[in-house]
Design a protein around this ligand. Structure first.
Ligand code: 5AD
Ligand code: SF4
Length: 449
């Protein structure tokens, strides 16, 4: 979502004659769009700010001033504390106010001292953002939902991104159509609780009502030229029938689902304030597999949550094996200021966390490699996205999010082609070109893969 937000910030600033540059050295404005999810992410901001201060110092503050801004969730959470630690910062703004960037910049030029905007404004930023500009590639992100009301005991998101909010359906459909018209083939719908999307239809021709994510996906699949739809991230207890049925009925919906479990231990899940048990999780997986047998699962896991015992951790390993996750992100628990779990006295020692993380990642890597190897000798439809590292090579994204390397002419970039998989690695596949299927067959073939 930070990638999406950063692109939208560029859209806001384009009418003011700002353009994106590759290096900070000659920039008039540098925005660090920050993540507060774990301590390491937050600390990176300060080391990056240190680097920027050296560049800023070399500039003439009258003729060649560089404005340094911190946006995103660290800004939201830390506010003025950022300026205390890094006094050369000119602007601090949260994830819900970046539509006001032009005013903030004007203010920064007028006044000395920091411009601070970490409101949760009543108006939605989406109502004030300019139209999204044409993206660089063939796959694009589209935020449909933001914020979170779940308050998992470890997580800062409800405090930094604010309450759950779904964008109206007309706005989302319009943005998706514009993306496809500018060449996008695959759209990933974004939201912290994306499967709880319930966008109002009040701006559309229909009478006032709501669309679920399943309904939205069905409607999006009607857009000609769009070949793939994904959504991320989902909350297991919010997985409803509409969405499960979409996996059965919508060919363009990719057969890959990121569904964070966090733990396999019911005791830990309860302490985390997750609203599911391991059985609930397995039931949802079974319902989804009934609807779409090709579905592969990915997940997020936290090890070393306060009070996690060896037995609890083994329940996580067991869940990983039972579901057969083909990919997952796993993290050591990181205490976040202000969240309930940070104050828990039963913190797990760092050494234990590291050891558990190592075991979990070894298992996940093993499963991921086995899944990838299972594709060797089979065919798969892949969206060719960009040139690869070697001359004559293209890199694509498989329906299962694997990077796929293939020797193919550059003109094929942006096409969905059927490939023969010839090799498997930890995170990627090698492939050979068969032939490009006629456009109308592509979604059918992809569903078969
Ligand atoms: N410590 C470690 N991991 C965390 N996550 C969220 N908060 C924390 C934390 N305090 C992980 C969760 C979530 C992912 C985005 O980040 O697994 O799903
Ligand atoms: Fe954080 Fe996700 Fe829990 Fe919300 S549901 S509090 S975003 S982990």
């Amino acid at each position: 979502m930070n990638v999406y937000d950063a692109d939208r910030m560029a859209d806001v600033l384009r009418p003011l004659d700002y353009a994106v540059t590759d290096t900070a050295d000659d920039a008039d404005l540098v925005i660090l769009n920050t993540c507060h999810i774990r301590e390491r992410a937050a600390e990176k901001v300060y080391s990056e700010l240190g680097r920027l201060s050296q560049i800023k110092e070399k500039r003439d503050p009258d003729a060649d001033r560089m404005i340094v801004a911190v946006g995103g969730c660290v800004a939201q959470a830390e506010g003025k504390e950022i300026v205390r630690r890094a006094p050369y910062v000119d602007m601090v703004f949260g994830p819900q106010t970046y539509h006001r960037l032009p005013e903030m910049i004007a203010q920064a030029h007028r006044q000395s001292g920091v411009v601070l905007d970490t409101d949760f404004p009543a108006e939605s930023k989406f109502d004030h953002l300019p139209e999204q500009s044409a993206p660089d590639g063939y796959s694009a992100f589209l935020t449909v939902q933001e914020g979170c009301d779940k308050f998992c005991a470890f997580c800062v998101v409800p405090y930094t991104r604010g309450a759950e909010f779904s964008r109206p359906t007309k706005q989302v459909m319009g943005e998706a159509r514009r993306l496809v018209a500018s060449g996008v083939k695959e759209i990933t719908l974004l939201g912290q609780n994306v499967n709880n999307y319930h966008g109002s239809t009040e701006c559309s021709t229909e009478s006032v009502g709501e669309w679920s994510l399943g309904r939205l996906i069905g409607e999006l699949s009607e857009i000609e030229g769009l070949t793939g739809i994904r959504y991320v991230t989902s909350y297991p207890a919010d997985m409803n029938d509409d969405l499960i049925n979409a996996h059965r009925d919508v060919d363009k919906l990719m057969p890959y689902l990121h569904l964070p479990a966090q733990s396999g231990s019911d005791r830990v899940l309860k302490a985390m304030n997750r609203r599911h048990t391991s059985k609930d999780y397995l039931d949802v997986v079974a319902r989804l597999r009934d609807a779409q047998p090709n579905l592969a699962f990915s997940s997020d896991f936290i090890v070393g949550f306060p009070g996690e015992s060896e037995k609890d951790f083994e329940a996580t390993l067991s869940l990983v094996r039972t579901v057969g996750f083909v990919q997952a992100y796993s993290f050591k628990y990181s205490p976040r200021p202000g969240t309930p779990a940070a104050a828990n006295e039963l913190q797990v020692p760092e050494k234990v966390k590291s050891e558990r993380l190592g075991r979990l990642q070894a298992l996940l890597n093993e499963q991921q490699l086995a899944f990838n190897q299972g594709w060797v000798g089979k065919q798969m439809d892949v969206l060719l996205e960009q040139p690869g590292r070697h001359e004559g090579q293209l890199v694509g994204r498989s329906p299962y999010m694997q990077a796929v390397h293939v020797d193919a002419p550059i003109e094929m970039t942006g096409e969905v082609v059927t490939l023969a998989i010839t090799g498997a690695h930890g995170n990627s596949l090698s492939a050979e070109l068969l032939s490009a299927p006629p456009a109308q067959d592509q979604t059918e073939k992809r569903a078969m893969a």
